[in-house]
Design a protein. Structure first.
Length: 264
């Protein structure tokens, strides 16, 4: 673990956190960008995108490994298929409080975007806005098919080997994600019950060629949240818009976040 990273003790788990500062500080108070990684992700798998977004918006940032991923500790008990709701309702609020974050914008990729929407549904005091990248409001057949393919690749050893360098418990990290998504009747969130509770501004971004979801995800998010929502469908792009079309996505998020970021 890099020496600059911290392990934040939440009592029943420890989460690895990396703090980011913008390259240029103009002295103005701004919100904090909090980055939530995808289902098989961790701090490193964001690459340099969080730092670039902090530099562009002049906001400080927090990137962290969620429970059971990267170098964070495993789940104290099996969360089952509700792991995203538990992260949103019980873990993220405690982490923000432990870090002293009173004002933030969540930037979530895939599972991280769904967790961000679940969290926003409770209208929490620290939250200023949400940016989602390839978030899921519902579980589509295309997603189940893609995860079935990932399960086969993991079983053959190739995917497991590539992921093992990122996660202390690669088997636990993989099966937490994959087993939930292919379970009969699984849904990533209660879209009808939760999305209408989202009143903060939302920017929802998705790749036009996303192998885990269709443009329907954007329509459901925009159609059900109660506040302002803008959607962006990125051409020539799959499930990781911030990595596959970084310049366009960086510009879009910067345009959305910058006017909201100043405090006071």
């Amino acid at each position: 673990m890099p020496s600059a990273d911290e392990l934040i003790n939440l009592g029943d788990r420890r989460l690895r956190v990396r703090r980011l500062t913008p390259a240029h500080d103009d002295g103005l108070d701004r919100t904090v960008l909090v980055f939530l990684h995808e289902g098989l992700g961790c701090i490193e798998m964001w690459r340099d995108f969080p730092q670039k977004l902090c530099d562009a918006t002049r906001c400080s940032g927090i990137v962290y490994d969620r429970t059971g991923y990267g170098r964070s500790s495993p789940w104290p008990s099996d969360p089952g298929a509700r792991y995203m709701e538990i992260e949103a309702d019980l873990v993220l609020p405690r982490l923000l409080a432990a870090l002293g974050i009173e004002d933030c914008v969540l930037v979530g990729h895939s599972d991280g975007g769904t967790i961000a929407l679940n969290y926003a549904a409770a209208d929490p005091e620290p939250l200023r806005a949400v940016v989602t990248l390839a978030a899921h409001a519902i579980n589509e057949p295309v997603c189940v098919a893609a995860i079935q393919a990932a399960r086969a690749a993991f079983a053959s050893g190739d995917l497991r080997q590539r992921l093992a360098k990122y996660h202390d418990d690669v088997d636990g990290a993989f099966h937490l994600w994959a087993d939930a998504w292919v379970a009969p009747g699984f849904e990533p969130m209660d879209a009808n019950g939760r999305l209408p509770g989202v009143t903060v501004p939302v920017q929802a971004i998705q790749g036009e060629d996303d192998e885990y979801g269709t443009e329907l995800q954007l329509g459901i998010i925009a159609g059900k949240v109660d506040g302002y929502c803008e959607t962006r469908l990125v051409p020539d792009c799959g499930h990781s818009p911030h990595l596959q079309q970084p310049a366009q996505v960086l510009a879009e998020i910067t345009r959305f976040v910058s006017p909201l970021a100043l405090l006071g």
